[in-house]
Structure formats: structure tokens, C-alpha cells
Design a protein around this ligand. Structure first.
Ligand code: GLA
Length: 723
């Protein structure tokens, strides 16, 4: 009898997984990502490239491709512990301790979310264990962007462990692959390296916990067949939307194809998933272009403005920050003066930085006070409200710095809630910048952090801007709250997002800068809650040209907070011209500017506002790279192709370095006539270019020489349609 039951069960199981082979194309405007289910029910990724005119022809793809027979290398979500012995996308320990997983196709669904956005969901299931996975592909057709993630369901009776849980597992077929990746450190963000990928696994990862991409951001640029240039070559740009530990594996397989597996880092994170629970991975966002890195980055920038950044299609505030002009040393009197200077400069907002809070352990340097978010009575006896009022009296807005995720041991918060702090119970502290990280996996800590922001807005409804900082990585990872330490790194980030979600529900549009001691936490998940990011504490303008250049492969200019400071030896004009290539701010003592410097800055702010539409919402074309030219050049063109602004900077100090040839513009309408002028001229100087009217055709084919030389080290050109 038992034998018969087993036979029937086996037949039923077989019947439920006997699927018809089928091809599933997921199309964007120009591309198709094609999945294939074979007759055994295994799902693989068989194509990612230009889309076909006739949808019916996708079914011929699997037979034509260089794939392995068992569809292991090309698996769309590689499992572990069964016939597969490759790096998995998912590895599970079942409730009974078994470590095998196999996923077979069950069904799929498709939904159209708008004219532009649609979503395909592929449902997979283990034939033996009650574990199911749904792969999600959200398509932004016009932008050629896909967001991919997965949901893992534990339908077993008891807790299971997720040993690995990637967001996406891509398979690219080509002869060669070239990876451009970034590394960094404080003040050295976004240093690029490009190399040909060889067989074996190349891993980009972080184990830093918070501000996880201080050493290496979760981004990649993969050129297909040959290294892509700005306008030529096939290239995939991607970013993992996760602000914690991540891991991106790039493996060239024996068929010379590329397996790319990206997701949360499973380091020290064997995640315990309760019975009945679903684990949703973060999203991997990527775009594929056949016209080089320029187009790919414009796709991503467009997508970010439309769908990911807070108010990405809205305006941005110019500002004056007091960090480098006062550091921690200020009082009401000094700030009132700076508020007047804010108005004098012509910017929109004054941003009060670190040092305004804490009383028992006043925040007079970075050793104390972090965590005690009560206004410091000695410095600001009349509270933040007084400053907000003063700002109003000067017709400017007011913003404030916070770092609510962190704590100095010398603080009342630490004294009252030592269990809210991430630290090893039996070991000494190890600190970055004299501070420790609060345990955001704990809902009480989430309430506290949300409360810091909420109280600021409740008490000061006219508060117009927040700079949210995050200066320490996580050392000695241990949570007094978590039952299982393996869940900590993941729950920490999920806790952070819960706080951000609450904040954005209540304050949906308030501009906020994502700062992390520079660019220690720039990714598209964090940027979903912010209007802009702080790329680096390094504001030396030549350094900044390189840093901003590289960030622009992933993020739009309106999100890049660029402040004019006193870093470096370049004249003020050079520093302002560089900061204009993004979201302009100042962090200087306006009162100490010479009359000409002040006049220049005031005029530059006006020019910036005049051309902000092109910089913020237009298309960016990188014209000449600072890496291999004396002169770096970038143009921003508005959507009507009627106004553009061209930035040119001397980046070489060699003898006779300069623009010895015209710079060819891009993105204009060849048939239109444009008036080209030099703007941002320093008082008393004249334009050094051949100003005049030129066709778009001429400007893009022959170009215009910005006449950049050591006595004209930065040159800004306006290009306006003659109507
Ligand atoms: C970090 C930020 C700076 C400044 C200081 C304040 O380093 O990156 O811009 O806000 O903190 O302590």
C-alpha cells in the first residue's frame, strides 16, 4: 500500500512539474532580456541584447546560443546543494537541516503599471521542499532600465536559514568582458579601474555594515566584447539598491560567458527566515546600451530623476553651509551674520552644520554629544526656532545637520541606553571618529531616530532642509536586541529603511542631503529617500572634477551637492565653475571675500539659476575626459535642445597645457542656430572665445575652442538657440 501511495505521489509531483518549454522575453525600448524554461522546468537566461522586430523569433534563441546542456551556467537563479556546483544565487538550509535546493518553473504573471513601466514575475518552486522563489523584473521601457529582485518564501513548518540570497543572477554571452569598478576611502571616492575579466570569480563586496561603500560602491560597468567608450560599444551599468554589506560576483565561465550574481553580502549573515515568512531582496538596477557609457549613464540618470530620487523632476536649493567656516565654534551672533551673508550671496538657504546640540556633554568637537539632540543652550539660547525666524527675516530658508544613527560614548543617550548601541558585550570598543552606531534592528531605536527628525520638524515647521550624516562603519557587530546575530547586518539596513519610510510618509518632499563623511553611502536605495548626496568631503576643485565625472556615470547632476570651499589653491572662479556642475552650494566666509570675488559669486549664482534647467533636468554629455586630456569638458543640454551650458577645466599642469583644438559639443539640434558666449567671467576680464552664432551641426562637427590656458583655467560657455 505504502509503495502505491509513494508511486502516486511521485507521479503527481512529476505531473505538476512537467512543463512545456517556453521562452519569456522581457523587453525595453531597445533591448530584450530573454528567459527560457526547458522541458525539465529549469529557467535560464539565454539572451540580453538588442530586441527583435518579431517577438515570435525569440523562441529560436536557445538553440542558437553557446549554452551548456544542463542549463547550469545560464541559470536565471542558480541554486545550491543539488546538481549545481557553481557559485549559487541562492543557498538554503531547510528546517530539517538539509542543504539542497532546486527551483523549477511554476508560472508567470505580467502587469502593466503605466505606459512606461511593467513588471514580469516568474514563480519557481522546489519540487521536494516547501521553498518558493519569485523573480521580479520591473521594466522602465523608455529608459531601457530594469530593476530585478527576488522574493523567497518559506512554506516549511519551521524556520529555515538563507545562506545566500542574491537579488539577481544575470548571464551575458560575448567573447570578452571588461569591468570598470570603483574604489575609494575618505576624500578619495570613486577612483575607477577597468580590467578585462578572466576566468574565475571577481568579487566586489563590502563588510563595513553602515556607510558600506566607503571602500567600494555597489556599482559596476561591464563592457561587452570590447571596452566601451563614451559613444561606442555595448555596456551594462548597474547598481545594487542596498545601503549595507553587498556582494557582486562576476564569473567568466568555461563557455567564456559572464555570470553576474549581485545581492546582499551573505558574510556573517546566514539569515533565519521564520515559517510562513517571505524574504524580499533589494533591487539590482541596470541598463544596457549599444552606444557606449554616455548613453547608458543618461538612461540611468533619466530613470533616477523620474522614478527614484525624491523630487527628481523638481528644483534644488542653492545654499550656504557653515561647516568649514566655523566648524563647531559658533553662537547666535555669528550665525545671524552668516544668515545675512546667505542673502547677500543670493543663495536660497542657510545650512547649519554639526555642533548645535547637546548640553551635559556639549558638542564642541567630535568627541562628545552625538545622540543628545537637544539644542545647546550656551551656543543657541533661543533655540533653532530663533534661527529659522532669522532666516525668514533675511528671506532665505533654513536647514540643519543631523547624524541620528550614531552616538558618542560621551553622551546622555549612551548613558541611558547602552543596549541601543552596536558593540560586543565582552570586548572593548573600537571606534571610527569617536563614535558608535545605534542598533537600528531594534524598533525602539528606529522610533528614537525617527523622533529626532520628527521633533525638529514639529518644533520648526518651516525647517526646509536636512543634511543627514553617517560617519562610522560598524565594528564589533553585535546587537543586544537580535535573537540571532546572523540577522543583524540585514535587519540593521531594513531598520534604517523603516525609519526613512516613516519620515518620507510624513515629510514627502523636504529636500535632504545623503551625507556619509563624504560619499560613504551613495546607492540607489538610500537615494530613494533623498534629493541629493554629498559626493566627498574632498572639495579641492581639480580632485572634484574627477570625482564628479565618475559619479555621473551613475547619478544625475542635480543629485550631486557641490560646495565651493577653501580646499586647494585654485582661484574662486575655478572652484565655483566646478561646483556649478551639479547642485551648487558654498561653504566659505562670505565676509572675507574680496569685492570682486563677491561680485563674481553673486553673478555666478544668477547664471547658475538661469541654466539650472539644463543642468538639473537636461541631458549630460561628457565631452573630454579629465583622465586623458589637458582640458576636461562637459555639456548639459535642456530637453528642447534650445539651451546648453558647457564647462571646460584645465586639469593638467604640464607646460603649454590647454585647449589646442576645438571641443566638439554633443546633444544639440544640428539644424538649429546657436549663439555661443562665455559666461561666469571674472570681473574685469573679457571673453576669450570666438563668440558668435553657429549651427548645431558646426558645434558638433567642428566644435568651439574654449581657449582654456593656465591664465584661463576654467571657462563656462552658454549656448542658446537663436530664435
Ligand atoms: C562629515 C561631513 C561634513 C561635516 C562633518 C560635520 O564629515 O561629511 O560635511 O558635516 O561631518 O561633523
Amino acid at each position: 500500500m505504502k509503495k502505491i501511495i509513494r508511486l502516486v505521489a511521485a507521479l503527481l509531483l512529476f505531473a505538476s512539474f512537467a512543463v512545456h518549454a517556453q521562452t519569456i522575453p522581457i523587453e525595453t525600448k531597445n533591448n530584450a532580456l530573454v528567459l527560457h524554461v526547458n522541458s525539465d522546468g529549469y529557467l535560464s537566461m539565454v539572451y540580453f541584447g538588442k530586441k527583435l522586430a518579431d517577438k515570435n523569433e525569440y523562441q529560436h534563441i536557445p538553440a542558437t546560443q553557446n549554452l551548456d546542456e544542463g542549463n547550469l551556467y545560464s541559470s536565471a537563479y542558480t541554486t545550491a546543494g543539488t546538481r549545481n556546483v557553481l557559485e549559487p544565487a541562492i543557498a538554503v538550509t531547510h528546517a530539517d537541516g538539509n542543504k539542497s535546493l532546486e527551483l523549477k518553473y511554476v508560472d508567470q504573471s505580467f502587469s502593466k503599471l503605466s505606459d512606461d513601466v511593467s513588471q514580469t514575475n516568474i514563480h519557481l518552486k522546489d519540487p521536494v521542499y516547501a521553498v518558493e522563489v519569485t523573480l521580479h523584473y520591473k521594466v522602465y521601457a523608455a529608459e531601457d532600465v530594469i530593476e530585478q529582485w527576488s522574493e523567497i518564501s518559506n512554506l516549511e513548518k519551521k524556520e529555515i536559514t538563507l545562506n545566500k540570497y542574491a537579488s539577481a543572477n544575470l548571464y551575458l554571452q560575448a567573447k570578452n568582458f571588461y569591468l570598470k569598478q570603483y574604489h575609494g576611502e575618505w576624500a578619495k571616492e570613486m577612483r575607477p579601474e577597468e580590467e578585462k575579466l578572466t576566468h574565475g570569480i571577481k568579487t566586489l563586496d563590502s563588510k563595513l555594515g553602515s556607510r558600506a561603500d566607503l571602500l567600494q560602491p555597489p556599482s559596476f560597468i561591464v563592457s561587452i566584447d570590447k571596452p566601451a567608450s563614451e559613444d561606442d560599444g555595448e555596456v551594462l551599468i548597474g547598481n545594487l539598491e542596498w545601503s549595507g554589506n553587498y556582494r557582486i560576483d562576476l564569473e567568466v565561465d568555461p563557455n567564456d560567458n559572464l555570470r553576474l550574481i549581485a545581492g546582499i553580502n551573505n558574510y556573517a549573515s546566514d539569515y533565519k527566515l521564520a515559517a510562513g515568512a517571505i524574504f524580499e531582496t533589494p533591487k539590482l538596477v541596470y541598463t544596457l546600451s549599444h552606444q557606449g557609457k554616455g548613453e547608458a549613464s543618461r538612461n540611468l540618470q533619466e530613470w533616477a530623476r523620474k522614478y527614484q530620487l525624491v523630487d527628481g523632476e523638481g528644483p534644488r536649493l542653492t545654499l550656504l553651509n557653515n561647516w568649514e567656516s566655523t566648524f563647531f565654534s559658533f553662537d547666535e551672533q555669528k550665525l545671524s551674520e552668516i544668515l545675512k551673508d546667505t542673502k547677500k550671496l543670493g543663495v536660497d538657504l542657510f545650512l547649519l552644520d554639526d555642533g548645535w546640540f547637546a548640553n551635559k556633554y556639549p558638542r564642541n568637537d567630535d568627541h562628545a554629544g552625538l545622540g543628545d539632540w537637544q539644542v545647546n543652550k550656551a551656543k543657541l539660547p533661543d533655540g533653532v526656532g530663533f534661527l529659522v525666524k532669522e532666516a525668514e527675516n533675511n528671506s532665505v530658508k533654513f536647514g540643519i545637520w543631523v547624524e541620528p544613527e550614531m552616538v558618542n560614548p560621551k553622551s546622555e543617550l549612551y548613558e541611558n541606553h547602552p543596549d541601543w548601541v552596536v558593540k560586543q558585550p565582552k570586548r572593548g570598543d573600537y571606534m571610527m571618529r569617536n563614535q558608535l552606531v545605534l542598533d537600528l534592528s531594534n524598533p525602539k531605536v528606529q522610533d528614537f531616530v525617527f523622533g529626532v527628525i520628527d521633533e525638529l520638524f514639529t518644533k520648526n515647521p518651516n525647517l526646509a532642509y536636512i543634511k543627514w550624516d553617517c560617519n562610522s562603519v560598524i565594528y564589533n557587530a553585535y546587537s543586544a536586541y537580535e535573537k540571532d546575530q546572523s540577522n543583524f547586518y540585514v535587519d540593521y539596513v531594513k531598520g534604517l529603511y523603516k525609519v526613512m519610510d516613516r519620515m518620507r510618509q510624513k515629510y514627502p518632499k523636504v529636500p535632504m542631503m545623503l551625507c556619509s563623511g563624504g560619499g560613504g553611502r551613495v546607492d540607489y536605495a538610500a537615494l530613494h529617500y533623498f534629493t541629493e548626496y554629498w559626493p566627498s568631503d574632498n572639495t579641492e576643485p581639480r580632485e572634484r572634477i574627477f570625482i564628479q565625472w565618475e559619479y555621473s556615470y551613475l547619478y544625475p547632476a542635480l543629485a550631486s551637492s557641490n560646495h565651493v570651499t577653501n580646499w586647494g589653491k585654485e582661484p574662486l572662479k575655478y572652484r565655483v565653475d566646478v561646483a556649478m556642475m551639479g547642485k551648487l552650494g558654498f561653504d566659505i566666509v562670505v565676509g572675507k571675500l574680496s569685492p570682486d570675488d563677491l561680485l563674481f559669486s553673486q553673478q555666478a549664482v544668477k547664471n547658475y539659476k538661469d541654466f539650472s534647467e539644463a543642468i538639473w533636468h537636461g541631458k549630460q554629455y561628457r565631452l573630454q575626459s579629465p583622465w586623458d586630456n589637458d582640458v576636461a569638458a562637459i555639456v548639459y543640454v535642456d530637453s528642447l535642445k534650445s539651451r546648453a551650458i558647457v564647462f571646460n577645466y584645465l586639469v593638467s599642469q604640464r607646460f603649454d597645457a590647454g585647449s589646442h583644438a576645438p571641443v566638439k559639443l554633443k546633444g544639440l539640434d544640428p539644424a538649429k542656430q546657436y549663439i555661443v558666449k562665455e559666461i561666469n567671467l571674472y570681473p574685469g576680464t573679457k571673453s576669450g572665445i570666438k563668440e558668435g552664432t553657429y549651427s548645431g551641426d558646426f558645434l558638433m562637427t567642428v566644435g568651439i575652442n574654449p581657449e582654456v590656458h593656465d591664465d584661463r583655467a576654467s571657462v563656462v560657455l552658454s549656448v542658446e538657440e537663436r530664435k
